[in-house]
Design a protein around this ligand. Sequence first.
Ligand SMILES: Nc1ncnc2c1ncn2[C@@H]1O[C@H](COP(=O)(O)OP(=O)(O)OP(=O)(O)O)[C@@H](O)[C@H]1O
Ligand SMILES: [Mg+2]
Length: 441
Amino acid sequence: MNETLVYSVGGLVALLVAVLVALPATRKPTLAALVWACMLVRRAWWWLRFRITWKGLARESGLSKRRTKRVKRMGVGEESIEKWRDPRLKRVITSSHSVTLKVRTRRGQALADLEAFAPKLAATYSADSYRVYPAKRRAGSTVMFELVMRDLITKPATASMPEPRMQTSSVLLGRRQSGKPFHLQIEQRHTLVVGASGAGKGSFLWGIVGSLSPAIAVDAVRAYGIDLKGGMELTMGAPLFTKIAVKGEQAVEMLQEFVAIADARTEELRGVSRNHKPGPGDPLYLLLIDELASLTAYADPEIRKEAERLLKRLLSIGRAVGVVVVAFVQDPRKEVIDMRGLFTQTIALRVRSAMETNMVLGDGMAAQASAHRILKAAQGTAWIIDEDGSTDRVRADYWPDELIRQLASLYPATPDLVTISDAAPGQLPGMPLSLADGGVR
Ligand SMILES: Nc1ncnc2c1ncn2[C@@H]1O[C@H](COP(=O)(O)OP(=O)(O)OP(=O)(O)O)[C@@H](O)[C@H]1O
Ligand SMILES: [Mg+2]
C-alpha cells in the first residue's frame, strides 16, 4: 500500500483517538480541560501533517534523488519507471509546543546536506525557531530537527531568589526555547557574552553572580569585577564582590592578582589533580568584566596593552585551576577582542549582522543560530552552542535591582573565611543555616 495512504489513515485514526480521549475532558467545561483537549488534537494534527508532507517536501527541495529504471513487462514491452530515494523520516515526536523530526540520510547523501535543510524546513512549516542536533544513536547519519511551533520564550520572566544551596559548577539562568531550564556551566569555562547595547547582558551577569551568591557567602566562590563604565552596573551588588575595579590601573592590578593566583594554583596542583574542585575556603575565582572593550580597546594604550597581555595569559592558564573569566562586550569585531578564540564558550545575544553572529559563534553559524534576527524587545534572548555542538535559543530571566540588593545583603562576600575552611560548617559566621550542611555541589 502507498506509504502516504498508510500515514493518512494512521493519522486520521490518531486524530480520532485524540478527539475521543479529549472528549471526556471537555464534558467538564473547565478552561484547563479545554486547553488540554485542544493541545492533544493539535499534536495529532502536527504528527499527521509532517508524516504526510515529508516526502513531497524532500523531493521538491532536492533532498531526494530520482532514478529512472527500465523494466520489461509481459505484453507491454520495455517501460521506464521512476523511483525516488528519500531521506528517511524515522520518527516524529510532538510536544505541546514543538515537533522534533528524526531523519536519516538517504544512500550517498552527506549529513551536512540534511543540516543545511533546516531553515527551509522551518520556513515551510512556519516554525518560530528551530535547531538541529545529532541523534543519540547513529549520529554519523541521523539528525534531529527541533521545530518550535509556539515560542515559549517570547514573554520575559523575572528571576526569583536562588535556592540556598552551594552550587559552583553551573548556574540556572532562564529557559531554553523548548521551555526546559537553561543552565550555564561556570567551572572549567571562560565565557564570552556578546550583545548590542540594551540586548540584556545584565541578565546574564546578574544571573551568574546571583545564582552563585549562596556559594559566595561561604567563600566557595570569590567574584571580582571590572566595570570601567564608572562602576554603573556592578556597584549595585557590590557586597557580593570581593573587589570591583572601576579604573584602568585597578583593572590591571586585578588581572595581575588573578594571574598570580592561577600560577600559584598550577604549582600546587601539578601532579596532584588536573582539575581544581572548589569548596569553602578553596574558592573558584571568578572575574567578571563588564564591557571588555573599555579595557582592551578604549583604555590608554599602556593599560590596554598590559591588560590584554595579562588577560590572554589568564585565559590560557586559569580554566583548569579554578580561575575563570566571564566577559561581556557589545562589539565583536576582531580588533576589539582578538582573544576571542581563548574563550571556551561564547554566547550571542542580539547582534547587528550575520557577520557578527559568525564572529561570536563561529564561521557559518549564522544560518542555524540567527542572533542577528533576535528582536530588540526580546532582551535577554541569546543563541548558545551546547556541548554536543548543537545550537539552542535561550532567554535569561530578568534580575530586578531590588532582588540584587536583597541578595547582596543576604549573601555578602566574606573573604576572611579563607582561614577558617577547617571549621565545622555550622560554625562559619554569617552562614545561613541551610548552607551549613555544605549544600549540593
Ligand atoms: N531578561 C530580560 N527580560 C526582559 N527585559 C530585560 C531582560 N534583560 C534586560 N531587559 C531590559 O532591557 C534593558 C537593557 O538591559 P541591559 O542593561 O542588561 O543591557 P546591556 O546589554 O547590558 O546593555 P549595555 O551594553 O548598554 O550595558 C533593561 O533595563 C531591562 O529593561
Ligand atoms: Mg550592561
